[in-house]
Write a protein that binds this ligand. Sequence first.
Ligand code: NAD
Length: 258
Amino acid sequence: MALDGKTAIVTGGASGIGFAIAERFVRERIKVILADVDVAGGEKTIETLKRLGEASFVKTDVSKRLDVHNLLAAANDLYGDIDILVNNAGVVHGADFLDVEEADFDRVLAINLKGAFLTGQAVARFMVEKVKNGGSAGAIVNMSSVNAVFGLPNQVPYSISKGGMNQLTKVMAISLAPYGIRVNAIGPGSINTAMLASVNNDPEARRRILSRTPMGRVGETSEIASIAAFLASDDASYITGQTIYADGGRLPLNYTVA
Ligand code: NAD
């Protein structure tokens, strides 16, 4: 995939999908910077990654502009370059529409959507300067969700944040295309991580998930990591502005909630 020697920032890389992406990237000999608000998780993850290749952890709350600024400075100090950004950090909040509290709405939007905007803009500014100075163009991958399309009524701010993520992906793709910088998104269905467990930790919920997934199983984090590696690589050199859904057939086959 010609990813060897590139430098990537993966936000929310301390666990779950972000960790799987970071691990896949390190195996592809990409130098990875994990940016996560979870220091204990991040440091543990980095130990694993360092056994496989080059990786560093920078404590970052993506919803805070100053943290994002410091992340960029750290990336510059560590590797002097950024070729790839994966905007993966995210949180979910389960509540029905009538019960959603303003503070929860603000928190989810600040992390999932504003965080991707702040980090995406900061990295894009770096990438544009690099192109103007004769350097190679980079690639940005945003983590969306099938919920961007479904809009689940018990995950209100989350679904809104992911709908916004698809639009953010489009406007970034159009804005950055003249520089050759590509921006795409991944829309996972139900993937086997702590986030899934926190929302659906009972057998009935699991049955519901499987009943609306034609392939009859939840996805694995490695199955999302392989899409991120493809989108970040030159193999995807003419793809920009797209959201690729990996959901076991749920969206294309239009399965309804049982
Ligand atoms: P996860 O909870 O395992 O990982 C999320 C990571 O984000 C954690 O390491 C957490 O510490 C980090 N994070 C939270 N707030 C942060 C902040 N303010 N700044 C930086 N990092 C922060 O969840 P996951 O399932 O791996 O989810 C990763 C992404 O994939 C999310 O954007 C999520 O919405 C998306 N997604 C997950 C699923 C699924 O079924 N698991 C489905 C669709 C989309």
